[in-house]
Design a protein around this ligand. Structure first.
Ligand code: HMG
Ligand code: MG
Length: 302
């Protein structure tokens, strides 16, 4: 097994989408720049969704243009979330090179999040993926509520496997498995990964843990031991989905990098520079971080 993981930084999108005070586009840009300076080479920039549903993302086009105009993209992938053909049109106008499509394993969450059942979402997404493949866009796939739905509870493994299969058939290069409400535990994670290994190529899977119950790092370690090498995380542990009540932020990039570096796994991230990026956005949001590692570093400064 190789000794390296890839981190997909979702702070500018998942991290900020739930923040009620609107962050200036310039501040989002500077945050992205600091994250890239820290060595994060896959950064989810924004989402092309209904601005009345997710007001924080209403500057999506301006922000994307700012990134393209001012950051060297030769070593940076910039996926953007796209829910439907209208979102794809925006992505294509901006010459986005990579999109992320998203659905869930459960109908109730999906209806609240994207106004479509799981089946309806696949009808929509197949139009998006057909068009995206025609113009050679890379497509990442997200599957939410993999370990539990806020409305329907535990999700059966068979349902997860069936939905992963449908996403892969749309031509996504990777499926990010979302613990949207942060209820997974390491044994549940291992058991699902074992099932996934029987059915799919594990190198096409990523893990996306929210840390609501403080179990994300344990789940990440279990996933790593089972062979997962791509993890989503958010600087300073910001985040949450407005349609997943009570769920808190993504696992903090600060914590996941600390975990991997301590066990000798390379992330490519400079921890001092990452701390700077996290401090920057926290200062602008006037918030404290839930990240243990971030706070430990702050404590050592005092
Ligand atoms: P809808 O209402 O079904 O769309 O929304 P519609 O096609 O019926 O159109 C209704 C109106 O919305 C029309 O405007 C459209 O033009 C407009 P009108 O003609 O009435 O003035 N519209 C749009 N505007 C801008 N961009 C678009 C767009 N589409 C339609 N793309 C839709 C369906 C999915 C668009 C909507 O429900 C939506 O935007 N939802 C927000 C979803 C979202 O961003 N959720 C958070 C991200 S997912 C997440 O966080 C989970 C994840 O992190 C993984 C995990 O943790 O599990 C990824
Ligand atoms: Mg998420």
């Amino acid at each position: 097994m190789d000794n390296k993981v890839t981190l997909v930084e979702v702070g500018p999108r998942d991290g900020l989408q739930n923040e009620s005070s609107i962050v200036d586009t310039d501040v989002k840009f500077e945050f992205i720049k600091l994250l890239h300076d820290a060595g994060l080479n896959v950064i989810e920039i924004t989402s092309f969704v209904r601005p009345d549903k997710i007001p924080q993302m209403k500057d999506a086009s301006d922000l994307y243009n700012m990134v393209v105009d001012n950051i060297d993209l030769s070593n940076l992938r910039t996926p953007c979330l796209v829910p439907n053909l209208k979102g794809l049109e925006t992505a294509m106008k901006l010459n986005v090179s990579e999109i992320a499509i998203f659905t869930a394993t459960s109908n109730t969450f999906n209806i609240k999040n994207i106004n479509a059942t799981v089946d309806e979402s696949f009808q929509r997404l197949s139009l998006v993926s057909d068009k995206a493949r025609e113009v050679s866009l890379d497509i990442r796939g997200y599957l939410s509520t993999v370990f539990g739905c806020p409305y329907e509870g535990i999700v059966k493994k068979e349902q997860v496997i069936k939905t992963i299969d449908k996403l892969l058939k749309l031509g996504v290069y990777e499926v990010s498995l979302g613990d949207t409400i942060g209820v997974a535990n390491p044994e549940q994670v291992r058991s699902l990964i074992l099932e996934i290994k029987k059915n799919f190529d594990l190198s096409k899977m990523a893990m996306h843990f929210h840390d609501t119950e403080g179990m994300a790092l344990a789940n990440i370690y279990a996933s790593y031991e089972e062979g997962i090498r791509v993890f989503d995380s958010s600087a300073a542990g910001l985040g949450g989905c407005p349609y997943a009540k009570g769920a808190t932020g993504n696992v903090a990039t600060d914590d996941i990098v600390n975990l991997f570096h301590k066990i000798g796994v390379n992330t490519g991230v400079d921890q001092d520079k990452l701390h700077k990026a996290s401090s920057y956005i926290l200062n602008h949001l006037k918030k404290n971080s839930p990240s243990k590692y971030f706070n430990a570093r702050e404590g050592r400064k005092a």
